[in-house]
Design a binder for this molecule. Sequence first.
Ligand code: NDP
Length: 323
Amino acid sequence: MAEDKIERIKCLIIGSGPAGYTAAIYASRADLKPVMYTGMEPGGQLTTTTEVDNFPGYPEGIDGPTMMVQLQQQAERFGTDVRIGMVTEVDFAKEVGGIHKACIDNSKWVEAETIIISTGATAKYLGLPSEQRLRGGGVSACAVCDGFFYKGQEVAIVGGGDTAAEEATYLANICSKVTMLVRKDEMRASKAMQHRVTSTKNIDLRYNSEVDEVLGDQVVEGLRIVNNETGEKEDISITGLFIAIGHKPNTDIFKGQLDMHDDGYLITKGKSTKTNIPGVFASGDVQDKEYRQAVTAAGTGCMAALDAERYLATVESEEEVSA
Ligand code: NDP
């Protein structure tokens, strides 16, 4: 494509979860005329959950897909240009005021003065066919989102890290019994978290244990557990299965250009959303492995738009001074 045909925009938002849409609402109200590329899963992780009960302002709760449609409508009301498409490659300028480039669907490049990355993270699943079939029917990757629906019932959780330990104790407060499956003979979670698990009476902690199959046609009815030392199998009766074996941040395309932790989460500076590249900001789960809530993602989306607006104002005033 000839250089003069490349579209130039003030603010490109990559990703369409709560962080991306909140950034879009703020950026469009600040007249940054943002363009959002939604990614492969428009609406992000919340479109895979059923009821969202913990987002402030919805006293009766709201289902995830509806909430995302409403966020899109709110962003569009202020002029956000929402486009279906994947950013497949980026080429960031290193200097302040530089123009960043992003390739859409391996075919078209756009140029942007600022970029807000809100590509999120993807929960890891075990990959069993029975688990995939029952996602949304009792299999969940977020105890804080979905645990409440299993109040007073028996559930199971898979994983031995801090997330699994934290979610197991969270579920133990709500559910009558939590069976926790750890595949090794030890947990990876911190000692303090392990202590919380082992001192909670209604958590049945099982080491060397894995899921062989999730039982049930339409909804989860039970679990076939296999002991990976003895090969012994056992069926237990549960209504909910929580997978807590980690998340993968969606940052592959930024490797080599943006600073990230060993596990791929983007590094932001201090309390801001600034990355190591001037004019490129990160919000939501892509830079947060600890809280991972819709409302915290939305909060950092707001921060990213404010950071982008301030950055552009600084660049423009510097240009005026040097003109
Ligand atoms: P982790 O990667 O720390 O732990 C993943 C756990 O899942 C491990 O026990 C791992 O087992 C297990 N696992 C992985 N794959 C499978 C599988 N296929 N089948 C069964 N088990 C499997 O992820 P977390 O989400 O727990 O934590 C991510 C990061 O966030 C960590 O750094 C953690 O410390 C941090 N965190 C901190 C919190 C806090 O401080 N309050 C709260 C939550 C997270 P194995 O050990 O055998 O590999």
